[in-house]
Write a protein that binds this ligand. Structure first.
Ligand code: IMP
Ligand code: MG
Length: 181
């Protein structure tokens, strides 16, 4: 059978580790936002699996919405430019936002999206990322909730893709180098 598993060099974070850590974060957010009716905003598409699992272990009154963004590297400017392809539908004036993303890398995506949500009148914007890859940070940005800090390796699975593949792996893994070649 042709499976995606054969392209994986090693498992970085197992299903059991993901489940345990997501449960911890959900519990922490539930305590921090108990009476704040937060709005979880998932960044499509990478966050979908983390987002769904996180919501299930955060049993407080809350809402949810999604947006999608793509980032471009402008040849003349070193900072990434982020374009919003699909925006949230909710009115967020006065709402406490928990922006949920798969990975914080350069920081360009979340830096821009958080600014966008603040501009629309959010009372607060917290950043919740499954993975943090601090080695490549370009923007001054500090996540509020982090699942795991990862080394400067390209990882896939549990929502994260390479060329839109591997999102459906139930764990986070490192690809075999020959897959890029
Ligand atoms: P940033 O704007 O540089 O922080 O980039 C964040 C986005 O880059 C994430 O939403 C991912 O889509 C992508 N990305 C960064 N590192 C990885 C990785 O190791 N695997 C898969 N996607 C990644
Ligand atoms: Mg992404």
């Amino acid at each position: 059978m042709n499976t995606i598993e054969k392209d994986i060099l090693k498992v970085l974070i197992s299903e059991a580790e993901l489940k345990a850590r997501v449960r911890e974060i959900g519990g922490q957010i539930a305590m921090d936002y108990e009476n704040k009716d937060p709005l979880f905003v998932g960044v499509l598409r990478g966050s979908f699996m983390f987002f769904a699992d996180l919501m299930r272990v955060c049993p407080i009154p809350c809402g949810l919405d999604f947006l999608a963004a793509s980032s471009y590297k402008n040849a003349t400017v070193s900072s990434g430019v982020v374009k919003i392809d699909y925006d949230i539908r909710s009115n967020i004036a006065g709402r406490h936002i928990i922006l949920v993303e798969d990975i914080l890398d350069s920081g360009n995506t979340l830096y821009n999206l958080a600014g966008h949500l603040r501009d629309r009148g959010a009372a607060s914007v917290a950043l919740c990322v499954l993975l943090d890859k601090p080695a490549r940070r370009e923007k001054p940005i500090q996540p509020n909730y982090v699942g795991f800090t990862v080394p400067d390796e390209f990882v896939v699975g549990y929502g994260l893709d390479y060329a839109d593949r591997y999102r459906n792996l139930p764990y986070v893994g490192v690809l075999k180098p020959e897959v890029y070649a």
